[in-house]
Design a protein around this ligand. Structure first.
Ligand code: SAH
Length: 221
């Protein structure tokens, strides 16, 4: 992979074109979402040997036994979230930080939380290096949400829950949207979109997905 003067791998034009083509062919058609994904170099969020595969449409291993999501799933989830420039977004499951970086180009402010301090520290360094001051990174069990910062216009879970966590539903503003994978199984879950209206909650099933599980408490690293 080519490198620029800073030693960071550069996003080569051909790989980028192929990356965007694949996203479109898999249903990511919103031009704001495509623009945000074009702006964020996924290669910076994947370490070591896997970095060479950063522009493939595949999930890849990151530290702490977790994964960076498949780019087309990141695109489809972001699209389903209908993020606008005035929105405050909560992401539960920072992982590599890639999804939060994409959201930072679309929203006013992004809070991202992970139960592994090692992951949030690495992601925070990247957000600083990329000058993304509207991302606020926190370590903790995100299934309780962030009561002090609530309510949120948009909430995205990038780990699979058996049911939508009650505290997160409670922290969703009226008119707000939450997107999350739900299911009993470790191998396949359903991506759902929840909308809070004046009358209550509307649920829409989007597609099958496969995510790491939402876990309780802090991680060890
Ligand atoms: N969005 C990430 C991928 C997330 S992988 C990216 O763009 O790379 C799922 C992440 O959810 C993992 O990092 C895992 O540690 C985190 N996670 C699981 N349960 C959690 C919880 N209760 N609170 C916060 N983070 C959690």
């Amino acid at each position: 992979m080519p490198h620029d003067d800073s030693g960071l791998p550069t996003y080569d034009a051909e790989a980028k074109m192929q990356f965007l083509f694949t996203l479109r062919s898999r249903g990511v058609t919103d031009t704001r979402v495509l623009g945000a994904m074009e702006a964020v170099d996924r290669g910076l969020f994947v370490q070591g040997a896997f970095a060479a595969r950063a522009y493939e449409d595949t999930p890849l291993p990151i530290a702490c036994g977790q994964t960076i999501s498949q780019p087309s799933i990141v695109g489809l989830m972001t699209q389903a979230l209908e993020v606008g420039p005035r929105h405050t977004v909560l992401e539960v499951g920072t992982g590599s930080g890639y999804q939060a970086a994409v959201l930072s180009h679309l929203a006013r402010r992004v809070y991202t939380v992970d139960r592994y301090r090692r992951l949030t520290q690495a992601a925070e360094k990247l957000f600083q290096a990329l000058s993304l001051p509207n991302v606020i990174t926190l370590s903790g069990d995100g299934s309780h949400g962030l009561p002090e910062q609530a309510p949120f216009d948009r909430i995205l879970l990038t780990a699979a829950a058996e049911d939508p966590p009650g505290p997160l539903l409670a922290q969703l503003r009226e008119g707000g949207i939450m997107v999350l994978p739900v299911g009993q199984s470790d191998t396949v879950q359903t991506l759902i979109k929840v909308r809070r209206t004046a009358e209550g909650l509307d649920y829409e099933e989007l597609r099958s997905v496969r995510f790491v599980p939402l876990m309780e408490g802090m991680g060890k690293e």
